[in-house]
Design a binder for this molecule. Structure first.
Ligand code: GLC
Length: 475
């Protein structure tokens, strides 16, 4: 079986969030299971030189963008056995950030079309084209409207994965003629509520729609989560499925991670984490005490990550509790400011580093005792799985992938602490329960080991993808 994985980001070349992690490890996991998976992504100018220098130039073609054609260079790279095609066009991709430009619609329309146009040129005919999020959502639309009847392309199946339904690619209807270039009879495919909606087009045209956890697959049928797409998703529910992501357990491994004070395994986790805690406290400028629990937070500081809940109770928590809180992340100024104020008010208890600092994030995963992730919605979430791997116990809201990966340890079996309702004091209740557990030393040691022994490697998820691909091919 051959799969083309179409994505706007993939590690090690480029990542802005979880999609980059997934696209940097699922194809490798598929390949290990004998699926010939190749990846196609844009050739961003900001990809590191050392990675660029190892790429080879294949050839160049021209790709239609509505009524015009644009240059498309094809570069090839190999990473851990997987072949990557990088689509080059400096006008579209020589920018200092990968998203957030006035012409994103056009940039990713071009990319979505290029992903199909390059296939005969590189001589790779996949059984499945697997697209991800709105940036690649037009690939299945173009496939059904322009390519499916072409003898070379005939018989390919398309799969579309929603990593985050909040970003759909919605634009004015004028885009249809000037950028997308669909025949008038096909315009309705990408139309939703009077706008162009890329994601809706993919939901309509793909043979299968998946999302990154079973719970999120249910949640997005509900207007509270769907950002307007519940109607079309309910109509197409028969092709919707949730498959939980895995994490790259070689990259995230406390036994080998060079970013942390000492390496450790489940056998010497107590000693290892104590050293890592010391280093984290030193790095963050917190008092170096062994006898205080640390709650870590590694997150984009935006509302849907549940920051309002934290805002609601943090002062109360810090005023009444012997605890330290270590935060790394950036986002909305209101949250950044709030945390800075709290750090001024409680310098011995809270420290924040604004920015995306991967090496410090690793120190939090290793040095903290608890990991807070109270998201309002969370399609899958990877940080809670990484935290477990480092023996840090997650406190999460029961939503999406958090619900599918973390269960409350109140029953003596779970791997974390959970709360249901999006309510600050329900979260505080879960935090207090976790701190009580922390002080019950025998219980805590067992819980940490249970957390570390959870298996969220790609194996299980990759097998589910393969099963799904096989079903789609058979249909
Ligand atoms: C998005 C989601 C996150 C998920 C990731 C990878 O970033 O917000 O929950 O883990 O995609 O699928």
């Amino acid at each position: 079986m051959k799969v083309l994985y179409v994505t706007s980001e993939a590690l090690p070349f480029m990542a802005s969030g979880g999609l980059g992690d997934v696209a940097g490890s699922l194809p490798q996991a598929l390949r290990k299971r004998l699926i010939g998976c190749r990846v196609v992504m844009p050739m961003y100018d900001t990809i590191k030189e050392e990675l660029k220098s190892k790429m080879t130039f294949v050839t160049n073609i021209s790709v239609p963008v509505a009524w015009r054609r644009q240059y498309c260079g094809i570069f090839q790279a190999k990473h851990e056995g997987v072949i990557y095609y990088l689509i080059d066009n400096q006008y579209y991709f020589k920018r200092d950030t990968i998203y957030g430009h006035y012409d994103d619609a056009e940039r990713f329309t071009f990319f979505a079309r290029a992903a199909l146009e390059i296939l005969p040129v590189v001589d790779f005919k996949p059984d499945i084209i697997h697209c991800n999020d709105w940036q690649t959502a037009l690939t299945p639309v173009f496939y059904s409207t322009f390519y499916s009847k072409d003898p070379w392309y005939q018989g390919i199946k398309t799969v579309f994965t929603i990593h985050n339904i909040q970003y759909q690619g919605t634009y004015g209807m004028e885009l249809v003629n000037d950028v997308i270039g669909l025949n008038p009879a096909d315009t309705s495919i990408v139309e939703y509520d009077g706008d162009v909606n890329f994601m809706k087009g993919a939901i309509e045209c793909s043979n299968k729609v998946t999302t990154v956890s079973p719970s999120y697959a249910n949640e997005i049928l509900d207007p509270w989560y769907s950002h307007g797409l519940d109607t079309i998703l309910k109509e197409r529910q028969w092709k919707l499925q949730g498959i939980l992501n895995g994490i790259d357990i070689i990259n995230y491994n406390p036994e080998t991670d060079p970013n942390i004070a000492v390496n450790y395994t489940v056998k010497d986790v107590k000693k290892g984490k104590a050293e890592c805690k010391k280093q984290l406290q030193e790095n963050m400028g917190l008092p170096q005490r062994e006898d205080v629990p640390i709650i870590g937070l590694v997150s984009r500081l935006v509302s849907h990550k549940g920051l309002d809940l934290i805002k609601g109770i943090l002062d109360e928590l810090l005023a009444t509790t012997d605890v330290q809180v270590a935060i790394v992340g950036s986002g909305d100024w209101q949250y950044e400011n709030f945390f800075k104020e709290m750090a001024d008010k409680y310098p011995d208890k809270l420290a924040i580093r604004i920015g995306f600092v991967p090496s410090l994030a690793r120190k939090i995963y290793a040095g903290a005792d608890l990991f807070l992730m109270p998201s309002k919605s969370e399609p899958c979430g990877l940080s809670q799985m990484v935290a477990l791997r480092y023996g840090t116990v997650p406190i999460v809201r029961e939503t999406g992938g958090l619900r599918d990966s973390i269960t409350d340890s109140g029953d003596g079996e779970g791997n974390g602490f959970t709360f249901k309702t999006y309510n600050a004091h329900d979260m505080l209740g879960a935090i207090r329960r976790s701190l009580d557990a922390y002080w019950n030393r025998d219980y805590w040691d067992t819980l940490v080991i249970r957390a570390m022994e959870c298996d969220f490697s790609w194996g299980k998820s990759a097998n589910e993808y393969i099963k799904m691909y096989k079903q789609v091919i058979k249909e």
